[in-house]
Design a binder for this molecule. Structure first.
Ligand code: DQA
Length: 143
């Protein structure tokens, strides 16, 4: 399951100097192509609402093998999303388009990173592609 958090529906028009010019639809298409190369299926969901993201994480349990998440600003604030991830205990990779560590101090802390396999930040859409590859590799090594 691929989860996109708040404001990522605005990609393409939102601060393109930071987030690039691709839309969320473009990113989802590239992820779908990448997934096919690895023989996996993905389901992509974006929400601006913390509770919807929590619900989606709960629904992932039993239906999906792992979670690729860009929680947007909730990365830096949401104990609820972190608790949902630990609650379902699915392998999770955290991604960010921008390098959050080169930006404002409040973006330097992630509630998700300590419960994720790893984090990829700063490579634009490549963060998502690399994140998907890392998640698939992790899952294949488990089986
Ligand atoms: C982001 C970084 C966050 O700090 C920010 O709130 C976002 C996008 C990224 O992909 O670079 O909404 O997650």
């Amino acid at each position: 399951m691929v989860l996109h958090g708040p404001n990522l529906n605005l990609l393409g028009q939102r601060e393109p100097e930071i987030y690039g010019s691709l839309t969320l639809g473009d990113i989802n298409s590239l992820l779908t192509q990448e997934a096919k190369k690895h023989g996996v299926e993905i389901f992509c969901l974006q929400s601006n609402h913390e509770g919807n993201l929590v619900d989606a994480i709960h629904q992932a349990f039993g239906s999906y093998q792992g979670i690729l998440i860009n929680a947007g600003a909730y990365t830096h604030t949401s104990v609820a999303i972190r608790d949902a991830l630990t609650g379902v205990n699915l392998p999770t990779v955290e991604v960010h388009l921008s390098n959050v560590y080169r930006r404002e101090e409040f973006r330097h802390h992630s509630y998700i990173a300590p419960v994720a396999i790893g984090q990829i930040s700063g490579f634009g859409v490549q963060s998502y592609i690399l994140g998907l590859q890392a998640l698939v590799n992790h899952l294949k090594n488990l089986s």
